[in-house]
Design a binder for this molecule. Sequence first.
Ligand SMILES: [Zn+2]
Length: 73
Amino acid sequence: MKCHICGGKLKHTQTDLPFKRDEKSIVIFKDLPVFQCENCREYIIEDPVMEGVETVLAGVNPSAELEIVRYAA
Ligand SMILES: [Zn+2]
């Protein structure tokens, strides 16, 4: 798999990423498995991981402005 921006090599890694749930709330995922470009730092999230993210986002307390969750595969 190659970077869709620069064609660089993608490396499987884990990172912390914030996702906006709606206008007011943000969820930060710790240790999210992603593919990151070694050249330009662009990252790609695989579909199954993205589905897991969306499931967690749907279950987060809507009144919380900031939530930090550890991604568990
Ligand atoms: Zn790249």
